[in-house]
Design a binder for this molecule. Structure first.
Ligand code: CDP
Length: 787
């Protein structure tokens, strides 16, 4: 059965077609750009042509004179409102519209509000900005050089481009392990700057009602409640007078977590003109100025015994954070969850140091389909294991099998302090190797090598840490990371579930209804899932880092269980028995030993609203809510094997086969899980083989369109072959772990390992992403590192 065929609705978990597809496949999605309000004006952003330049003057007079222009907003205008700078998600500040300098190409300099989009764009051409170009910092590895230009001279006392130093693990113990190790393998590698590139670009429609004083912002955000709070704090507006509506979203992938200057300008535009103002960026703007991901220059070392027992890891990273430190991660973790770089292996000690620096590039550092830098961490360790296998001359799959954590070690505390909740790693790797036919592939490869043909087999194993996060050590901008769910059961037994998380295409309207169905026996078709409107939903920090199922999914299950317990009291009154005499079967409470004496959940719901004398503890209906503070993250994992053929003449890589075995605990909807994995695998192929946000030495952005910044298509992707193991999370109410990003996290290393393996006859031990034909060819000539 394919995903598009009709299938019966399951009363709980199981394959179910997505409820939201009814509108999506008919073209009835409602995106920000579909929103049209009476009298709405249109905004456009003037952007810097320079990566680094002083602003000498901004002359807006000609633009103001344009007959269709209603307002021109500059940094000076905003400074008058104390809005020229806004906080970033990492406790830095970012210019909304530049006043003193521009610090990356594409930075926002002015905002025009006009009667239509075309006039707004035309008027941008009429703004005259006088710049004095300054030397830019493009290479993060040179950002701390003594003669590097200081980018953030707006920050008091700042004399260099240093942002932070962060370390984790035990340095002394790690050095000791390395001193004693028989073998040490080291490798420099770059996880290049990439971009989430969602199908829908970012935008907002801001509408300030001057009578009520209420500001409504329809916007592309993965975190509506967090946006509302930040707007309240920045603009000094009362929070209850702000409503953020995040309608259908055409992909987020981390790109829509932060607040962009365009959103703030649309709001100011509405305040200034008294009309609703729409701002939608175009593709180039999205690629040039919204949040990038990765950009980690890493040096990793792995210590082992000569017979292949991994002992320790030592890592140094230079993290390129762009012109403003706008990375998204919990406050305590400036390098996100990179601390999970010890991966899936049983080792004695580990230590890493990360230094964050400013460069003249767009800010961001978002968790692009990953839990706060885990993609970088997994790539690093999985490359190092392959480098070690290369040096030792052993099979990389066997080396992994020998060193994987064993099932009896869970819950496992990693050497950097993370408590992995559960797992059976060898089982997943064995399954993946069997499924791909690993032994046979190695035989085929040997025969091909004899004939001078290049074939590679790449293995990766990953552990993710998703579901940020426990309030005791996680917050974003001081806001704790608990999430809410409210479940209302109507008198007729239908229900509405209100969530603080925000879907961007992951199918929440289906799977969250399935969680309620599983707990209460109400059909998912009878449960409406409401999200993306701060006036309609409980507070929570939104959807990124695969946190929806681990946090909001748990909140949903707990709220449903509270409904069930309340229903039990009502049923006991209806059946005139003690609650202790009742037993639950999906959809009804019945009397123990007398299954015919029962009340269904809809009978109970009606009774709770009717004239039944309610028992103590029931106020009048079944509704319940939960704010869920997760006790730990959940730790999905997986084993991936990629097979490639490489054309020695052209450097062209063909991904021939890809087996992905994922374990995300209990699967709510297996076909949605599959879809999530398919998307992530395609992402991985894109990053491994074709994507990089490149800059020239003047800081000019070289990837401003999809002609330059390449997205993988079905031509580059094989027919994915999936497998699964199920290790329920012991602390999650339904045993589920996140899945949304596993494949993006785990697959790039598998692809790169495969390509490097194919190039082994050329003595290639490592090659940096993206492995474009030119890079593969260069690596074969002995030049594997991107510079
Ligand atoms: O936070 P985000 O929705 O991006 O990621 P997620 O929590 O991993 O969920 C992605 C989608 O997969 C959602 O529709 C989940 O309900 C679904 N899922 C599932 O069916 N079973 C799981 N064990 C995990 C997620």
């Amino acid at each position: 059965m394919t995903a598009t065929e009709e299938r019966p609705t399951p009363m709980g978990y199981g394959p179910m077609n997505r409820k939201e597809d009814a509108r999506f496949v008919r073209g009835h999605g409602n995106y920000v750009d579909d929103i049209v309000l009476p009298g709405m004006l249109h905004g456009a952003v003037l952007r810097s042509p320079y990566a680094h330049a002083r602003i000498l003057s901004v002359d807006t007079s000609a633009a103001q004179a344009h007959p269709k222009v209603r307002a021109v907003i500059t940094g000076e205008t905003l400074a008058g409102l104390n809005l020229a700078w806004m906080p970033t998600l990492s406790h830095d500040v970012q210019a909304v519209l530049a006043t003193d300098k521009v610090r990356f190409q594409g930075q926002e300099v002015a905002f025009v509000v006009a009667e239509d989009r075309y006039s707004a764009r035309d008027a941008l051409e009429l703004i005259d900005v006088d710049y004095e170009p300054l030397p830019p910092v493009v290479d993060a590895r040179k950002a701390l050089d003594a003669d590097a230009p200081v980018i953030r001279d707006d920050l008091e006392g700042r004399t260099d481009n240093h942002i932070f130093d962060w370390e984790t693990g035990d340095k002394a113990a790690t050095d000791d392990v390395f001193d004693r190790a028989e073998v040490v393998a080291a490798q420099d590698m770059l996880y290049p700057r990439v971009h989430p590139a969602p199908m829908e670009t970012c935008g907002a429609v801001a509408d300030l009602d001057k009578i009520t004083g209420k500001l409504t912002v329809y916007t592309t955000t993965q975190a509506p409640h967090a946006h509302r709070t930040v707007y309240a704090m920045v603009a000094g507006l009362p929070e209850h007078k702000i409503r953020i509506v995040s309608p259908d979203i055409g992909g987020g992938f981390g790109n829509k977590v932060g607040i962009y200057p365009g959103y703030v300008c649309a709001i100011v535009g509405s305040i200034v003109t008294g009309k609703p103002v729409k701002w939608m960026e175009d593709r180039s703007e999205n690629l040039m100025s919204t949040s990038f991901a990765r950009d980690y220059h890493m040096r990793g070392e792995i210590a082992a015994t000569r017979d292949g027992k991994i002992l320790g890891l030592r890592v140094k990273v230079i993290a390129d954070h762009g012109a403003f430190n706008g990375t998204a991660q919990p406050t305590k973790f400036p390098a996100g969850f990179f601390g999970v770089f010890t991966g899936s292996y049983d080792l004695q000690a580990a230590h890493c140091e990360v230094t964050g620096v400013y460069t003249n590039k767009a800010p961001g550092g978002v968790a692009y389909a990953c839990s706060f830098r885990i993609t970088e961490a997994v790539y690093l360790v999985e490359r190092l294991v392959d480098v070690l296998a290369y040096d030792l001359g052993v099979d990389p799959a066997q080396l992994r099998m020998r060193n994987l954590l064993r099932p009896e070690q869970f819950p496992y505390e990693s050497k950097t302090g993370w408590e992995y909740d559960s797992g059976d790693y060898p089982k997943a790797l064995r399954l993946a190797l069997e499924q791909v036919g690993y032994e046979e592939l190695r035989v085929e490869q040997a025969a091909k090598r004899d004939r001078g043909e290049l074939m590679g087999i790449g293995v990766s194993f990953f552990t993710e840490a998703v579901g940020a996060g426990p309030r005791k050590h996680m917050d974003i901008l001081g806001l704790g990371m608990a999430d809410g769910a409210e479940l209302r059961v109507h008198p007729t037994g239908k229900a509405v579930l209100r969530l603080s998380c925000q879907t961007q295409g992951q199918g929440h309207e289906t799977t969250f209804a399935q969680i309620v169905a599983e707990e209460l026996g109400i059909s998912p078709d009878d449960i409406d899932v409401v999200h993306g409107d701060t006036d309609q939903t409980p507070f929570g920090l939104g959807t990124y880092g695969s946190r929806s199922t681990p946090v909001s999914g748990a909140a949903t299950a707990v709220a449903a269980r509270r409904v069930r317990e309340r229903a039990k009291l009502v049923a006991s009154a209806m059946l005139e028995v003690s609650p202790d005499d009742l037993e639950w079967e999906k959809g009804r409470w019945f009397v123990k030993g007398d299954p015919a004496a029962s009340k269904t959940i809809s009978e109970i719901a009606l009774a709770a609203h009717a004239d039944l004398e309610l028992p103590e503890g029931v106020e009048g209906h079944l509704d319940a809510a939960c704010v869920y503070n997760p006790p730990n993250l959940t730790y999905p994992f997986g084993a991936y094997v990629c097979v490639v053929d490489v054309d020695a003449e052209t450097g062209q890589v063909k991904v021939r086969k890809f087996v992905a075995v994922d374990d995300c605990g209990v699967r709510i909807n297996p076909i949605i899980v599959e879809g999530q994995v398919h998307g992530g695998l395609a992402d991985g192929v894109g990053m491994a083989l074709m994507q990089v946000m490149a800059f020239d030495e003047d800081g000019n952005h070289l990837g401003g369109s999809f002609m330059d910044y390449l997205l993988p298509t079905s031509m580059e992707c094989p027919s994915w072959e999936l497998g699964e193991t199920v290790t329920p999370s012991p602390h999650h109410p339904i045993g589920a772990k996140g899945i949304g990003e596993s494949a993006t996290v785990g697959s790039p290393a598998a692809v790169v390992n495969a390509v490097v393996d194919a190039l082994r006859p050329y003595g290639v031990r490592h090659a940096d992403m993206p492995l474009t034909p030119a890079a593969v060819w260069r690596a074969a000539q002995g030049d594997p590192i991107r510079t």
